[in-house]
Design a protein around this ligand. Structure first.
Ligand SMILES: [Zn+2]
Ligand SMILES: [Zn+2]
Length: 196
């Protein structure tokens, strides 16, 4: 019987405690590693966790760039805090893939993170993963779309991944007033390539 923990994990999620929900599902997984419901929930929660951590890593990097006043289009080393955030996101994805090494969502997330973390080394690595997913499931349209998106360096932002208009700040100074950048809706990322 796995109904109890399902309800408990669901309640924790709804109460806004994803860490607690994940801990419950991890425990259920240790006890029922072959239960399909447990496996599905384990994958869904860890994937959601990875997505959150990846978004946070990118946001931390953007904040660090603004704080350190790094000029646009310049090579830079991530702060230790940003590196840790990317490591955490990568570890969360490995949790998904450790249970199901063929998880398409897990593999696509891994590709996206590799690309997001470092375009130079991440682009070929991400494309290799995405092409494997596409080969395994030709009906997956999303993966073809992502391959097309990252295949070539982005012209719009010089492949920095950040909004060229506001230089990643999310806001612009116009007539002495700080206002939200309309090109990226204040997100600071390049909407052509930075969304993956
Ligand atoms: Zn771009
Ligand atoms: Zn912008």
């Amino acid at each position: 019987m796995t109904d109890d923990w399902t309800a408990e994990a669901q309640a924790a999620l709804e109460a806004g405690h994803p860490d607690e929900a994940r801990a419950l599902v991890d425990r259920a997984f240790r006890e029922h590693p072959d239960d399909p419901d447990v496996r599905a929930m384990h994958a869904a929660l860890h994937l959601a966790h990875a997505i959150r951590l990846s978004a946070r890593a990118r946001e931390l990097r953007r904040e660090a760039i603004v704080r350190r006043d790094i000029p646009y289009d310049t090579e830079f080393e991530d702060d230790p805090e940003v590196m840790r955030a990317f490591d955490g996101a990568a570890a969360a994805i490995e949790e998904v893939l450790a249970v199901d090494s063929h998880s398409e969502k897990g593999l696509m997330m891994k590709a996206s993170l590799l690309f997001r973390r470092d375009r130079e080394t991440g682009r070929p690595a991400a494309l290799e993963i995405l092409r494997q997913v596409a080969e395994g499931n030709p009906a997956n349209r999303q993966v073809l779309y992502e391959i097309r998106k990252i295949e070539l360096p982005c012209k719009k932002c010089g492949d920095s991944g950040f909004c060229a208009r506001c230089r990643g700040r999310g806001s612009r100074r116009i007539l002495g007033m700080e206002s939200k950048c309309e090109a990226c809706h204040g997100q600071g990322i390049c909407l052509a390539c930075g969304i993956l």
